[in-house]
Write a protein that binds this ligand. Structure first.
Ligand code: PA5
Length: 434
């Protein structure tokens, strides 16, 4: 498993001497990153999580996942932001975008508490009719409005369906470890729900490889041990502070160099629909980490070739403020070939017997050349394949790149003060008591 950075498509956009000139900023950012601080202010526990995660809790997660698999048709993970996107990204990355519709031994996994839309909630409640259900409410703070409101709805549903005692076996809570009266942890203990911990030293968007992501991911039948092994390998592969020996740090440096030249938007590109939620996770990771103090790259995403038929025109020919970060998955999990057709009405017989993976790759190569010649810098990250190990590896790569990149850009990559503003206004409009 590996991610390899290719800089061939940056020629003419980033010059060799610029890498030398940014080395000292990378070294300084690294020092700031590893400098010990108050874990609440500087949560860097994710950096060593692949080796020092709580093994006893990990076993409990695997046991809970088995129990859930046996006792329900539908598992609902209730959370938002960092308490939602990573698990969804992982399941789609490993099991495919149509996991729920596939024939399988494991429960369908749905996500709630990530919007306040009644129609979405209604649809999910309808899907639950006549089915056995388990739920996992995931909230570090335990007080985020969206998941808390959805938790009320599903807890009521479970208590009506199974009674208090039955519901207790089907409700799992992932939250802060401190038992404080009036908080979710305390409530869960009082009710007798099994609880899992969001570690103090890991912030929401860096938490997918903690219980936050691991329980839903394991319920879907993914091998979470392999994920941790992948993350551990990345931790070791990207330990050098020299950008010539560390593709992760070099990627972080390139993002900053391009931003300084006016490329304000980083477009994450994948040629695989099962990467779509990974893109969503990336947008949250980078957007919340870097977009502050009126600074930061704007993260956006596309799935090609579908979006070449919508956004492709802009990328090729619109304002030159975008660079692309293309995740090139080298190996597909399955092989499907283009059939020969005697009628050849579409003139595609020249592709007969060619694998779709091969055709997809030519689309990628052709697009790279087209966009680069149109003035769009392209960073290429070669990823071996989409499986559990590579998911863990990819998560670690981007988390590290994001934290380092934030410090190179002069922002704190671990807070999100801007998110509070909408909440304050919404609560005022809703008449929340002080
Ligand atoms: O990255 C973050 O910290 C946020 O996106 C949080 O994960 C999100 O706001 C949900 O918070 P909580 O887990 O406290 O409900």
């Amino acid at each position: 498993m590996a991610i390899k950075l290719k800089t061939d498509y940056l020629n003419g956009f980033v010059e060799d001497h610029e890498y030398s000139l940014i080395k000292s900023a990378v070294a300084a950012a690294h020092e700031t990153l590893i400098e010990k601080g108050d874990p609440a202010e500087k949560p860097i526990g994710w950096m060593t999580l692949p080796v020092d995660y709580d093994k006893e809790e990990f076993d409990r997660i695997e046991a809970a996942a088995k129990k859930i698999q046996k006792s329900c048709d539908i598992f609902i993970a209730i959370g938002i932001g960092g308490s939602y996107l990573g698990a969804r990204a992982a399941i789609e990355f490993v099991k495919g975008a149509n996991y729920n519709a596939m024939k399988k031994e494991t429960p369908d996994v749905y996500f709630a508490g990530n919007t306040i839309d009644p129609d979405a909630l209604h649809d999910l409640l309808s899907l639950c009719e006549g089915k056995d259900i388990c739920i996992n409410v995931i909230s570090k703070s335990g007080s985020t409005t969206e998941p808390a409101a959805a938790f009320r709805v599903f807890r009521e549903l479970l208590e009506k369906k199974y009674g208090e005692a039955g519901a207790k076996e089907r409700i799992f809570v992932t939250t802060d470890k401190k038992d404080v009266p009036g908080k979710l942890k305390h409530f869960a203990i009082e009710k007798g729900y099994e609880t899992f911990v969001v570690p103090d030293d890991i912030g929401g968007r860096y938490s997918v490889l903690s219980a936050v992501g691991l329980l839903p991911i394991a319920v879907a039948g993914c091998d979470i041990k392999k994920m941790m092994q992948g993350a551990e390998k990345a931790m070791r592969d990207f330990s050098s502070t020299d950008i010539e020996k560390n593709d992760c740090y070099k990627y972080a440096a390139i993002r900053n160099l391009l931003l300084r030249k006016g490329y304000e938007i980083e477009m994450f590109v994948s040629y695989k629909p099962s990467f779509m939620y990974m893109n969503e996770w990336l947008k949250q990771l980078f957007g919340e980490s870097e977009g502050k103090d009126k600074k930061g790259l704007f993260p956006a995403s596309v799935i090609y070739s579908t979006d070449l038929h919508s956004m492709g025109q802009y990328l090729q020919d619109g304002r030159r403020i975008i660079f692309e970060t293309v995740v090139d998955v080298l190996e597909s999990n399955y092989s499907v070939k283009v059939p020969f057709d005697a009628s050849n009405i579409d003139n595609l017989n020249f592709l007969a017997d060619k694998d779709f993976h091969y055709v997809n790759k030519q689309a990628l190569l052709g697009t790279l050349d087209a966009h680069v010649s149109g003035g769009v810098p392209n960073v290429v990250l070669e990823l071996d394949k989409m499986d559990e190990e590579n998911f863990g590896y990819t998560v670690y790569f981007f988390e590290l790149a994001c934290a380092l990149s934030g410090y190179i850009g002069g922002v704190n990559p671990f807070n999100q003060p801007g998110v509070e503003v909408y909440k304050k206004n919404m609560f005022k409009l809703l008449g929340k008591p002080e």
